[in-house]
Design a protein around this ligand. Structure first.
Ligand SMILES: O=c1ccn([C@@H]2O[C@H](COP(=O)(O)O)[C@@H](O)[C@H]2O)c(=O)[nH]1
Length: 279
């Protein structure tokens, strides 16, 4: 790819607005859309999302777990979704949260960041909890192929703090150490680095004092809608880092389907609400 992920993301969020919409085909949503909980329902759901969203929102995040539920046929649907998002004009983030020892991470890198790999979107989520250095094979290959990686730092779930707010010998929280490691990867990149962090829009208390000043990368912020955060919370949580925040909403937007137009309108309403805060 000729432009880096950070550059493509900056360009597309400037024109379409800063929003990532998730494709999370929960069994309950399949039922609400009148679809069977099988691979044909999964395919119809996911391709309807692509039709509604690829031409209008900046970023779409298929949640790999809901495709993996159906084995190899589900993975094939994910591959089709990624190809169709690419041709439809949206950037994709594969939410697979991969993390392992470095030698195995190299294989995940081939799968999620390798040129020509059918599972490689524009970016992938990764877990740094085997040590940030273990992600190097993925970060290196993604940099080479123009892709992005979003590294978990302070996740949106209430249990996350028990690990992510623990302090190391230098007094920093685990979440802050992840942010600092990502910042080092992004140093000097323009207009924006291609390594991002995941910080929930739902985080409270101490997690909100994370220092994002040197990050120079995107912040994927899940939690808008079904997890209780609103666009208005983004200002409280992210303060001066707001211009780099990419809020994510999945179930709340998806509940507007299966009508393509209603789904697109729900996404565009969410874009308007986050734009009003981030502007
Ligand atoms: O900290 C995290 C990291 C990832 N997620 C994922 O984002 C979506 C959120 O879906 P909603 O329906 O908007 O709650 C989902 O795929 C999560 O696995 C997260 O929520 N928090």
């Amino acid at each position: 790819m000729s432009l880096t992920f950070g550059a493509r993301l900056s360009e597309l969020t400037a024109s379409r607005g800063p929003l990532c919409v998730g494709i999370d085909p929960h069994p309950g949503l399949l039922a609400a859309w009148g679809l069977p909980d099988d691979v044909s329902g999964l395919e119809r759901f996911a391709l309807t999302c692509v039709e509604a969203l690829a031409g209008s929102v900046a970023v779409v995040k298929p949640q790999a777990a809901f495709f993996e539920r159906f084995g190899s046929r589900g993975i094939a649907v994910l591959e089709r979704v990624l190809a169709d998002l690419r041709s439809g004009g949206a950037l994709s983030v594969v939410d697979a949260k991969r993390g392992d020892i470095g030698s195995t991470m190299a294989a995940y890198a081939d799968a999620y960041a390798g040129e020509g790999s059918p599972l490689a979107g524009d970016a992938v989520t990764a877990s740094p909890f085997l040590g940030f250095g273990s992600l190097s094979p993925l970060l290196d290959l993604a940099a080479k192929t123009g892709r992005g990686v979003f590294v978990l730092a302070l996740t949106s779930n209430p249990e996350g703090g028990s690990v992510q707010l623990a302090r190391g010998a230098d007094g920093r929280t685990v979440g802050q150490a992840v942010v600092d490691d990502v910042a080092a990867r992004n140093a000097g990149a323009a207009p924006l680095g291609s390594v991002g962090v995941v910080i929930g829009a739902t985080v409270t208390g101490e997690a909100r004092s994370v220092d994002l000043g040197a990050l120079n990368g995107p912040i994927l912020a899940p939690g808008i809608g079904a997890q209780g955060a609103t666009a208005a919370d983004l200002r409280e949580v992210f303060g001066a880092a707001l211009p780099h925040v990419l809020p994510n909403s999945s179930r709340e937007v998806l509940a507007a389907g299966p009508d393509v137009r209603a789904l697109r309108d729900a996404a565009l309403r969410t874009v308007d609400s986050v734009r009003a805060v981030l502007a």
